[in-house]
Ligand binder design. Structure first.
Ligand code: KG4
Ligand code: ZN
Length: 343
């Protein structure tokens, strides 16, 4: 089956075409980053309007890239949630209308299931079962994955998501939006020995996370150290704080993943979601997994952050099993991954 995938849950419009026989045929992404940058974060109403503007041209471009026509599409997969209600609705409306026009089935995709399955698009995909760490702007989840749709929650963030902590810390340091890449770039030239931030919730059993204290830690460090500094000293301070912050997040995530690997006895770890693009995190996880005698798998960098390819793939898994939704489509801004079933 040839599946058209549509992603519009936040600030990226993503479209892709996946087939069971040939894999990923085409993918296109339009990022709204510049649109939201001046506001320092995503403005939901602007995001929805931009998806409406960009989605149809992007679908056309994706069909063109694959050398296909509408009539070649056998099913449509769209992100139904979780995410921004208006953004989700703009994608769902286009997806459902096209499916009706082309008389093909449409299926709802859970955005985090898309992230979770993204490493399956790589040349050497992980094998089930695996432990997955999903680290995005909205979620931090540790999940045991037996197969598509068979998920057991091992741990989650009790407050800010890992990506959210990066974004808030970046904003506080005046590094702009999106924060993850900005903090990572500053951290690369930061001194790892100057500050040591806490590793939240690692001193007690369990696999939950808490990241909101780290941004406060970064803020108070900034306030305490910045008085009377020259411009260049201030920039150095920001680099050093970024480094201490990134080290703390990376270390915390690695400690919890090692714990999950040991407790579950599963030797395969999958990292996905925007924060999985972080190079420092990948290095640490690789070291940890080889010490544990296992392997870590990641999507390619482009498919760590939001994209249409992961939605096309996750939707293909469900469409080929016969799953589809009726004409009365909906958006699911809040939708737990644990509500999903095996297709
Ligand atoms: O998965 P994603 O594209 O969107 C959501 O589903 O939320 O993740 C975006 C998040 C943002 O918080 C962003 O700051 C973070 O991923 N991120 C990073 C990096 N690249 C993106 N965080 C740390 N290091 C990076 N290199
Ligand atoms: Zn995402």
């Amino acid at each position: 089956m040839t599946v058209l995938g549509i992603e519009t849950s936040c600030d990226e419009t993503g479209v892709a075409i996946y087939t069971g026989r040939d894999g990923l045929l085409a993918h296109q992404l339009y990022s709204q980053v510049e649109l939201h940058a001046e506001y320092g974060g995503v403005v939901p109403e602007l995001a929805s309007r931009d998806h409406v503007r960009k989605l149809v041209p992007l679908i056309r471009a994706t069909l063109g890239q694959a050398g296909l026509k509408g009539a070649d599409i056998g099913g449509i997969a769209y992100t139904a949630g979780p995410g921004l209600a208006g953004a989700l609705l703009s994608g769902a409306a286009v997806a459902r209308s096209l499916a009706w026009t082309w008389q093909v089935p449409a299926v709802e995709v859970h955005h985090m299931e898309g992230h979770l399955l993204a490493p399956m698009l790589e040349e050497e995909p992980p094998e089930f079962p695996f432990v997955a760490l999903l680290v995005s702007g909205g979620h931090t989840l540790l999940v045991r994955v037996e197969g598509v749709g068979n998920y057991e929650l091992l741990g989650e963030s009790l407050d800010d998501a890992a990506g959210e902590a990066f974004d808030k810390t970046a904003k506080m340091l005046g590094l702009g939006y999106p924060g993850g890449p900005a903090v990572a770039a500053r951290a690369a030239s930061g001194d790892p020995a100057r500050f040591t931030f806490p590793r939240p919730m690692t001193d007690r059993p369990g696999l939950d996370f808490s990241f909101s204290g780290l941004k406060t830690y970064a803020l108070t460090t900034m306030q305490r150290e910045s008085a009377g500094l020259r411009e260049d000293q201030l920039e150095t301070l920001k680099n050093d704080i970024a480094r201490a912050f990134e080290d703390a997040v990376v270390d915390t995530l690695t400690i919890k993943c090692r714990r999950a690997i040991r407790e579950s006895g599963v030797k395969t770890l999958v990292l996905a979601g925007g924060v999985a693009a972080n190079q420092h995190l990948r290095e640490k996880m690789n070291q940890m997994m080889s010490a544990e005698g296992g392997n870590a798998f990641y999507p390619r960098l482009d498919f760590c952050t939001d994209n249409g390819a992961m939605i096309a793939y996750a939707g293909w898994q469900r469409l080929r099993a016969g799953e589809s939704v009726g004409l009365a489509f909906q958006a699911r801004p809040r939708w737990s991954l644990m509500e999903l079933h095996v297709p």
